[in-house]
Design a protein. Sequence first.
Length: 353
Amino acid sequence: MRKSLVFVSLLIAVLALSIVGIGAQETELGPITQAVLDRGELICGANANLVGFGVVNDAGEFEGFDIDVCRAVAAAILGDANAVTFRPLTGAERQAAIQSGEIDMMSRNTTWTLSRDVTWGAIFGPTTFYDGQGVMVPTELGISTIEELEGGSICVQTGTTTELNISDRIEGLDIELQVFPDAPSTWDAYLSGRCEGFTTDKSGLAAFRSTAPDPGAHTILEETLSKEPLGPLSPQSDPQFAEIIAWTVFGLITAEEEGITSQNVMDFVQQDGESDEDYISRVGANVARLLGQGNNPSGSYLGVANDFMVTVISQVGNYAEIYERHLVPIGLDARGVNALWTEGGLLYAPPFR
Ligand SMILES: N[C@@H](CCC(=O)N[C@@H](CS)C(=O)NCC(=O)O)C(=O)O
């Protein structure tokens, strides 16, 4: 009698465990995730003209902070950070690219706004870079406020929040806006003296200034005109794919929080013959969950490899590594609000449990 009770309890426990296991492992893939797997490649809308964030290098390859977010998603789904085709997009081309389904996702210094969320039919992922709009002027003008640009003009790119914010800001001021279709033409017009001011996200100002013949000849005014939360987005047609993007970004942030890097990630993996108990006491339960080690479901919830974050971190690095690789070289040395919450910043990822 006792024996059979034990047996029945065991059976119930095994059944319950396998249901949890099946639930976690048999996540139904959405149409975009399935298409990425079938094609063996992720198609990512990107910037080709913004050094630090998204740019084509001398070897003809896309590189930058936003580019690495696409690479991290490719590593999560396909196990290969290089399995990405990048589609260059200007500001004004973004809406159609998301709506037509010609790209799987976009990671291109794009601000999350209410109207874009709704009218583009997008799901915005977590903010990867908290930004704000600024104005740059030639240092020789010796001015420190937008008001002092009265009588002059500001160069701005169309199809951007930048254009809308600056129009609001100069309302009632005698400042002309000169509008251009893409970044190179806007920047060239400013450099050639057609406008006294150049405006975009402050990260973009830093990026462009770093490419100027004499960066010291340009001053970024102190005022921040707006909030520009920049991050990846994908079509509303596939919430399951959007979850993969979101948790890949959260994983990059959590890896930084846990001190796991591309160099040391294998030290945090469970070793052959290491008991679950020894492993957890060595790395901690949070790390075991992030990396999908032992019995911890992680990627299986998302329909990707359970240890997907091991692949992402080893191939792309954690958030800090991506930041340092691409943004420190353009002069964004101070993390500011883009520091971890534990260091006074806004980066805060929900728990992997
Ligand atoms: N974050 C703003 C501005 C984004 C934007 O497109 N900025 C310009 C100037 S930095 C840019 O990246 N242009 C690159 C291009 O069009 O080639 C938005 O989402 O509208």
